[in-house]
Design a protein around this ligand. Structure first.
Ligand code: B12
Ligand code: SF4
Length: 543
């Protein structure tokens, strides 16, 4: 380790910092950071005084708020949560911790720390990196400090020797019982969901919405609480890092674990007791329904019964992300009856070729029938799409744009991303043949002279497709800016329409017809009643 471990006796105090996103918009971290809250609950259950510092929910600049919190110490351990998207900001906070509390043991954890312990030691002031789930390593670390023992050699950690070598010690993933206990320990009654709801409500300018029905719909989405019941998704999509997270920490294949139906109900009841104003519970599992799933139907029945006998409010709604090939008419009907309002589907692409590249070719034949069935049963499907892949041809991109437009008009919500982001730990990010097509951004850690090149996009290998995607991105951004200044909240459906709109002239130049331009503009106006015509006239010409 870089610094000698600091010993202590008596009571220990731990401060856990959630991932920090200063551009915190409605799409990012506008919810309490679940990972560090779960860890705080587990530590508190073991009698360790633990506090969560949430940089995305501070009344004053988070840097100043953190300094104040640190000075209110002493803190024996300060844990910093990291993701790739937030790393430069997470590091900024970590350096503040080192400056204000030079004696504290600073630990990094989370996605980015697990996949890149080397980078953490290079860029951050960390003593120790936790790999994978933080529960066991943190409890062991606390026990060591309490006993006055050194912090080296703990399973699930990486440390750096004096000569710079990194020693990683794997740990197995939490088993079903351990995972259940950790989830049960999550202190929902302490998590400041109301503060987040207030911010979101003002972001959506709730009072300004035209009708009561629209207001109710927005409130249901805003007043949501997040619950995760699964440890990881084993699907192995090539662009995904989450699927490899526990394998990385275990150094092998981790076992799947999740809550049973009755345990999910216990959590729902606890959440509603802690946050009675909540309207929606978002199941945050990477995938909520498996193809051979024995939980979903009993869970839906349990929810319906709990609503009938007053254990949970009858109006409570649910959102979850699912495999589309795990859906059936029976499951969709049961979910609708239980109150599932929106179902997320990681469709990614409508092109079978691109789906094969993403290692999800098997979903293609389920897309059309299951989206139709979901819409028919009154559920809104939310589709995540990636417009291009490294091997995509122009026709693949066109196919996804055309189909996206068709489903959007039928009532689907869509989130669109132009290209694969090379998240650490994802298969595509590790593929050396894609390095020439990977773009980097220079990142700088505020308050320090630390900077590094972070991979941010993998563009299509075909230069014609790459050029089209980059021009679409520029056009999208140039349209987004003025719109964001005019309207309070841009829902994803609208953003997707902007992507489609920005693609029209660029794809047309390349002989690909996507949709009628005036019709797309009409769809945009319909969703932006307050918008002035000039502002919406797609300045796609800037492409
Ligand atoms: C919930 C979620 C969100 C929520 C966040 C709500 C919230 N505040 O919690 C919302 C919807 C807002 C969101 C947004 C985004 N997300 Co998100 N999200 C997730 C998701 C599905 C679950 C995270 C979670 O709660 N896990 C459950 C908790 C218990 O686990 P955990 O956080 O990992 O914490 C455990 C360990 O990591 C560790 N740990 C974590 N922190 C620390 C700290 C210390 C000190 C220690 C010791 C241990 C430790 O211990 C914890 C308990 O075991 C993950 C996928 C996943 N399976 O993790 C993606 C994921 C984190 N999101 C991702 C992305 C890309 C995004 C978006 C960029 C999407 C987008 N394009 O808009 C945005 C932007 C976020 C931003 N600004 O950076 C990526 C991040 C990839 C990366 N490597 O950085 C992930 C991994 C999905 C993926 N593979 O693509 N997301
Ligand atoms: S289904 Fe979702 S969570 Fe699972 S591997 Fe694919 S992208 Fe990742």
């Amino acid at each position: 380790m870089g610094q000698p471990p600091r010993m202590t006796s008596g009571s220990l105090r731990v401060l856990l910092i959630g991932p920090y996103d200063p551009h915190c918009g409605e799409y990012t971290f506008l919810a309490p950071p679940l990972g560090v809250w779960r860890l705080a609950g587990v530590l508190e259950s073991s009698g360790v005084e633990t506090k969560v510092f949430d940089p995305n929910c501070c009344r004053e600049p988070p840097q100043r708020a953190l300094e104040r919190e640190l000075l209110g110490g002493p803190w024996n351990i300060v844990g910093v949560s990291t993701t790739g998207m937030t790393l430069r900001f997470d590091l900024e906070l970590a350096h503040i911790v080192r400056r204000v509390r030079p004696e504290a043991l600073i630990v990094a954890g989370g996605m980015e720390a697990t996949f890149r312990p080397d980078l953490m030691f290079e860029l951050g002031p960390f003593d120790l990196i936790v790999l994978g789930e933080g529960e066991r390593p943190l409890l062991e670390l606390v026990a060591r400090l309490r006993a006055g023992q050194p912090a080296g050699g703990i399973a699930g950690t990486a440390s750096r020797s004096k000569d710079g070598d990194i020693l990683s010690i794997p740990q197995r993933a939490l088993n079903r019982g351990e995972l259940r206990d950790a989830i049960y320990s999550t202190p929902y009654d302490e998590m400041p969901y109301s503060a987040y709801w207030e911010r979101l409500e003002s972001a959506y300018r709730i009072g300004a919405l035209p009708s009561k029905a629209a207001r109710e719909a927005h409130l249901a989405e805003i007043r949501s609480v997040r619950l995760i019941t699964l440890n990881y998704c084993p699907m192995g999509c090539t662009f995904c890092s989450a699927t490899n997270f526990l394998h990385e920490a275990e150094g092998g294949v981790a076992s799947i674990a999740r809550l049973e139906a009755d345990e999910c109900l216990t959590m729902i009841e606890r959440i509603m007791a802690a946050h009675p104003r909540a309207r929606t519970i978002i199941f945050q599992d990477d995938i909520f329904t498996f193809t051979r799933d024995r939980r979903i139907l009993p869970l839906c029945e349990g929810i319906i019964a709990a609503k009938q006998n007053g254990r949970i409010p009858p109006h409570l709604q649910f959102i979850s992300t699912n495999r589309i090939d795990a859906m059936s008419a029976e499951r969709l009907t049961a979910m609708r009856r239980a109150g599932f309002r929106v179902l997320g589907f990681g469709i990614e692409s409508f092109s079978p070729r691109v789906l094969a590249e993403f290692n999800k070719a098997q979903i293609h034949r389920h897309i059309e029938p299951m989206l139709s069935a979901a819409l028919a049963s009154g559920i809104t499907p939310f589709l995540d799409l990636i417009l291009s892949s490294p091997h995509a041809a122009l026709e693949d991109v066109a196919q996804t744009l055309r189909e996206a437009y068709r489903w959007l008009r039928q009532g689907c919500e869509i989130g669109m991303y132009p290209y694969v982001i090379p998240f650490s730990g994802a298969m595509l990010a590790k593929d050396p043949s894609l390095l020439p097509y990977t773009h980097y951004a220079r990142q700088h850690v505020a308050g320090t002279d630390i900077a590094w090149q972070q991979p941010v996009k993998i563009l299509p290998r075909d230069p014609n497709v790459a050029d089209a995607i980059l021009r679409m991105e520029r056009s999208f951004e140039s349209m987004l800016g003025p719109l964001e200044r005019q309207v309070a909240h841009l829902p994803s459906r609208l953003r997707s329409l902007l992507w489609i709109s920005s693609s029209l002239p660029i794809m047309a130049e390349r002989g690909q017809y996507i949709a009628d331009e005036s019709e797309v503009r009409g769809e945009l106006y319909a969703r932006l009643p307050a918008l002035r015509t000039e502002a919406a006239t797609p300045a796609a010409a800037t492409a």
